[in-house]
Ligand binder design. Sequence first.
Ligand SMILES: Nc1nc2c(ncn2[C@@H]2O[C@H](COP(=O)(O)OP(=O)(O)OP(=O)(O)O)[C@@H](O)[C@H]2O)c(=O)[nH]1
Ligand SMILES: [Mg+2]
Length: 266
Amino acid sequence: MKFDELDAKMRVYETARDRCIVPGMYIVARIDGRGFTRLTKELHAFEAPFDERFRDYMSDTVKHLMQCGFNIIYGYTQSDEISLLFHIDETAFSRKTRKYISILSGEASAKFSTLLGGVATFDCRLSELPGRQLVVDYFRWRNEDAHRNALNTHCYWRLRKDNYNRNEATARITGMSIAAKNELLFNYGINFNDLPDWQKRGIGIYWTSAQHEGVNPHTGQAVTVKRRELHTEYHLPMREAYSDFIETLISRNEKQNTLNISAGDN
Ligand SMILES: Nc1nc2c(ncn2[C@@H]2O[C@H](COP(=O)(O)OP(=O)(O)OP(=O)(O)O)[C@@H](O)[C@H]2O)c(=O)[nH]1
Ligand SMILES: [Mg+2]
């Protein structure tokens, strides 16, 4: 069989089941550390429940993903997970799901492993959301999950430090109300409200435009250059205010694209 014939015959087995996400659908990817309970507690020495070095590795991984060939307008991280919102007009890889899933999990694993100096892997899944409100709801969901996890994990690790074993600490907080968990921490001298926002709300990363003073290399004259930069927000809002924040971020990006398109048409 000639190579061209063999190539065409075999390629169909790789591509016949390819799926593309239809235009007009919002895409959100969630990338999650694989087996990070063991990685953070047994394989590497990270502080529990929250470690600033771990937080910084996660946010550097988000920044890397936002610059690896896709048009991602918002990155969010809490615990060992990352959520990425693509621009509504994203066309990379003809919106083939296998490309998004494999590239994002591969890039996240490579970046985090390099920062860690050891092997770390991430999985990836996609949500296809037919409407802006669902995107807002998605990010509200992860934001509130962060808040709930922070309360649980602070209670759990406070009890562990007080010589409760794994089972005892878990049993003690299972079924406890939110008020009772706050009270438990309070009795150890911790006011949950005073803990850092990034632990309770996660971290948001988005593009801003910043002005820099530079020199035109041809004329030697001082010039002001506008550059897109990634901003890392450690004090995200909560609840309705966070919904408004996501809504505004989406509107601003969609408006900007419309302006770019009409500027290009002239
Ligand atoms: N020590 C420490 N652990 C952290 C930190 N942030 C996240 N983790 C841990 O990361 C784990 C994330 O949980 P999961 O994603 O549900 O569990 P997993 O072990 O990664 O399992 P899979 O995701 O199903 O592969 C939890 O055990 C968290 O305690 C941190 O700052 N410090
Ligand atoms: Mg995980």
